[in-house]
Write a protein that binds this ligand. Structure first.
Ligand code: GLU
Length: 395
């Protein structure tokens, strides 16, 4: 990666890429938003000015704001995050109102209204709740109100958590079909080494494809507030790239950063989109729903799935691991443990254990009912190369 900018086709000029953006998700990290004994009001004001500037140009802005826990900690006077889950949740409850108050005040100076949306990953795993969240956001945007989204930290426990707001912002980008994700952090972008430790670290300006080298760089740069870090930003960029959407990671503390990015200034790291995209249902199955279990298949089923483009039938299943429900996403493995894909199941794990190895015609006599012939229908299945290539048609 000479000069830390890859050789790229002509279409990659930032201006050209950002020209058609009419809806953007701006994610602001805790490290940018908090300072001293509370929230950094100057940064909040500056970012708000920029976002209002975008709105004036007809760009819809959706804000994903972290900072509830960090500002709650500072408000209560604690120096570090407690280990207890309920205390962390209580701290988020304290911090979230201050966070919203500051955004509301800052936007009010421009006569712009904001709305608070708190969600958990679980909300995204249920198609109806997912669509409800989407409709709410679209209603707010149609009234020119800025949705300010955070994880619902006061109720979210690990099993139902996004874990970090990078992940959340990617899912919000996909949910709202935004055309750009901007992730603002306290570093200038992705470096080849941790710039806080190595003075010779070089900024990577453009990433056209996330490979092992890029992953290694990111893994070496953790976040400063216990969540996030470069690797979760990279994951977020991959999730949106498959939908044909670029991500820019940039320094949220730099004055006018959002305005500069929209003018095409070479700030931060740009992750290029992949133009052949997974259809939105497949993206939802593969990336939005958290996999709840695993299904191990025999060689015949592996061939049928990978080469034959077929659905997964009970006869080829060797094992169902976990206690997943009908409608959950599960990872499909071969007997050697290799991941073959991710799919949404038509049966409960317990029922799959009863019908595995049997013909579909026997399902009814074994279970006393039958939903479908297939355990995973082809349309609800994303096989590994579709995941890697980002190609996957929905029928
Ligand atoms: N939801 C957390 C908060 O508001 C932040 C998580 C993150 O930034 O990754 O404190």
């Amino acid at each position: 990666m000479s000069g830390k900018t890859e050789g790229l086709p002509g279409t990659n000029s930032r201006k050209a890429l950002l020209k058609g953006v009419k809806r953007v998700v701006v994610k602001v990290g805790s490290a940018v938003l908090t300072a001293g004994d509370g929230l950094n009001r100057k940064v909040i004001r500056d970012l708000t000015n920029d976002m209002c500037g975008l709105r004036k140009k007809g760009v819809e802005v959706i804000l994903v704001s972290s900072g509830a826990i960090s500002s709650g900690l500072r408000k209560i006077g604690l120096s570090k995050r407690p280990d207890s889950i309920s205390q962390k949740q209580a701290i988020a409850a304290v911090g979230q109102i201050s966070l919203m108050m500051e955004w509301e005040k800052a936007f009010a100076r421009h006569r712009v209204k904001v709305a608070q949306i708190l969600i958990t990953r679980d909300d995204f795993s249920h198609r109806t709740r997912y669509l409800n969240a989407r409709n709410t956001i679209f209603a707010l945007l149609s009234w020119k109100i800025i949705p300010v989204i955070n994880e619902n930290d006061t109720v979210a426990i690990d099993e139902i958590k996004f874990g970090d707001n990078d992940n959340l912002s990617a899912m919000v980008t996909n949910l709202t079909e935004a055309q750009l994700l901007i992730a603002l952090t306290n570093l200038d972008g992705l470096y080849d080494k941790d710039p806080r430790i190595h003075s010779d670290a070089q900024l990577i300006k453009v990433v056209s494809r996330v490979n092992g080298e890029i992953l290694r760089y990111a893994n070496a740069i953790p976040g400063t507030h216990g969540t996030g870090g470069m690797s979760s930003k990279l994951e977020a960029s991959q999730k949106v790239a498959l939908g044909g959407v670029p991500t820019i990671i940039a320094n949220g503390s730099k004055p006018h950063i959002v305005t500069h990015l929209f003018r095409g200034k070479e700030e931060g790291t740009l992750f290029l989109p992949q133009y052949v995209t997974l259809c939105s249902r497949k993206r939802w199955i593969a990336f939005t729903k958290a996999p709840r279990g695993e299904i191990v298949v025999d060689r015949g089923a592996e061939r049928a799935l990978i080469q034959g483009g077929k659905s997964l039938l009970p006869s080829g299943i060797r094992e169902a691991r976990g206690n997943f429900s009908l409608g959950d996403s599960v990872v499909i493995l071969n007997e050697g443990g290799k991941q073959l894909g991710i799919g949404m199941v038509n049966y409960y794990a317990g029922d799959i254990r009863k019908i595995m190895g049997h013909k579909s015609a026997e399902i009814e006599s074994l279970l006393g009912f039958k939903h479908d012939d297939e355990v995973i229908h082809r349309d609800n299945l994303v096989i590994a190369n579709e995941l890697e290539e980002g190609v996957g048609e929905c029928r």
